[in-house]
Design a protein around this ligand. Structure first.
Ligand SMILES: Cc1ncc(COP(=O)(O)O)c(C=O)c1O
Length: 375
């Protein structure tokens, strides 16, 4: 049995966003939810919490401690207790940093195409969002960012690493160069590292706060993407060693006051007990990306398996469709994210969530093919 062998009939009983947005005849491979069984440690911890009625307010900083252990064991990143605090989820943590730690009226920079909620997070309180396109290979355009920083003088740069939607991972050299640019232009880097747990076993991820010069930045983390726990709200804000005092400037309701006790219990169990399960998940995701690349090729679509995330960013322009995602949904009954979710100019792209069984993935591509035959 693999982690993704959940029967379709059971997935369809889920009430989460992925399984309820579209009618039941549409196969959903869009929003970043996992079609996986719960990992065993998480299941046991949540079952126990239900059995003993452990539904009160959060207690000790268990997730902060579990993350510090995980970061040290996985990336050799040593974090002091005062650097890490809980938050409701990654996006609310990002919005809180922008709101409380950048001056009102400032510019906030990010890259495009980008996970859509980065935009409102950068515009909090009327701040001005300024953007720099990623390179066609899905990497940071560092000269472009330097020019943007010089021209717009943003107070913060919202970094997505690993990258949604490309699935790329910034190298230590790229991150160090970004940190140097940030220092030169007095920009606070806010690194969303929510996909850090979902990496190809052959790839390596470097946390932003591990590179020289990153001490003035922040990172945002969560085990929710890797373990399929997005609905149990919990995330982490991690301050660079020179910014720990700034965590006191964030209101309680943007920090641990917003976490769900069950989310903390679940993510703590995940990080401490289910690392083998995560390794299996990553092995399967790598296999699914290869399966997808092979299955798309006969349609003239090329996809190069990415080193991180379970999201495949696919250019459909060879097909000559006006709205590929809409076409596949209407004529093939299969839902992918349209590229316009990430960039207004990316209408020819789709994002495919491969965190599902290989059977469902094969059926999704079959439906894509049927939609093309119907065109
Ligand atoms: C890059 C990125 N950041 C944040 C999130 C959402 O995280 P949260 O639910 O913790 O706000 C997602 C969800 O897919 C994501 O892809």
């Amino acid at each position: 049995m693999t982690v993704f062998d959940v029967p379709l009939s059971q997935l369809r009983q889920r009430q989460s966003m992925k399984w309820t947005r579209y009618p039941p005849d549409v196969l959903p491979l869009w929003v970043a939810e996992l079609d996986a069984y719960l990992s065993p440690g998480v299941k046991a911890a949540l079952t126990r919490a239900v059995e003993i009625g452990d539904f009160g307010y959060h207690g000790a900083p268990i997730l902060e401690a579990a993350w510090r252990r995980y970061a040290a064991d996985t990336w050799g990143l040593s974090l002091a207790p005062e650097q890490v605090t809980g938050c409701g989820d990654v996006m609310s943590g990002m919005a809180a940093i922008v709101q409380h730690l950048t001056p009102a009226g400032s510019a906030i920079a990010t890259t495009t195409p980008i996970y859509r909620p980065f935009r409102p997070a950068g515009r909090v309180g009327g701040r001005r969002l300024v953007t720099c396109a990623m390179t066609p290979a899905g990497r940071l355009d560092l000269p472009g960012l330097a020019a943007l920083f010089e021209r717009e003088r943003p107070a913060a740069f919202l970094l997505c690493n690993p990258y949604n939607p490309y699935g790329s991972i910034a190298s230590p050299a790229e991150l160090a160069e970004l940190a140097a640019l940030a220092a030169a232009f007095d920009v606070t880097v806010v690194a969303d590292e929510i996909h850090a747990l979902v990496t190809d076993p052959a790839a390596s991820f470097t946390p932003y706060l591990a590179v020289p010069g990153a001490e003035t930045g922040f990172a945002l983390a969560s085990a929710s993407k890797g373990f399929g726990l997005a609905g149990l709200k919990a995330g982490l804000i991690i301050a660079g060693s020179k910014r720990t005092g700034d965590l006191d400037l964030l209101p309680y309701e943007s920090k641990t006051g917003a976490t769900s006790h069950l989310g903390l219990i679940a993510q703590t169990a995940a990080l401490d007990l289910d690392r083998d399960w995560l390794a299996d998940l990553n092995t399967e995701i790598t296999a699914h990306k290869r399966q997808l690349a092979k299955a798309l090729a006969p349609f003239g679509l090329s996809y190069e398996p990415s080193p991180a995330t379970y999201l495949a960013w696919v250019d459909c322009s060879p097909l000559g469709l006006t709205d590929p995602a809409g076409h596949f949904r209407l004529h093939g009954k299969v839902a992918f994210n349209p590229g316009t979710d990430y960039d207004e100019g990316a209408g020819q792209w789709i994002r495919i969530n491969v965190a599902t069984s290989s059977v469902i993935l094969a059926e999704a591509v079959r439906r894509l093919g049927a939609a093309l035959a119907a065109a």
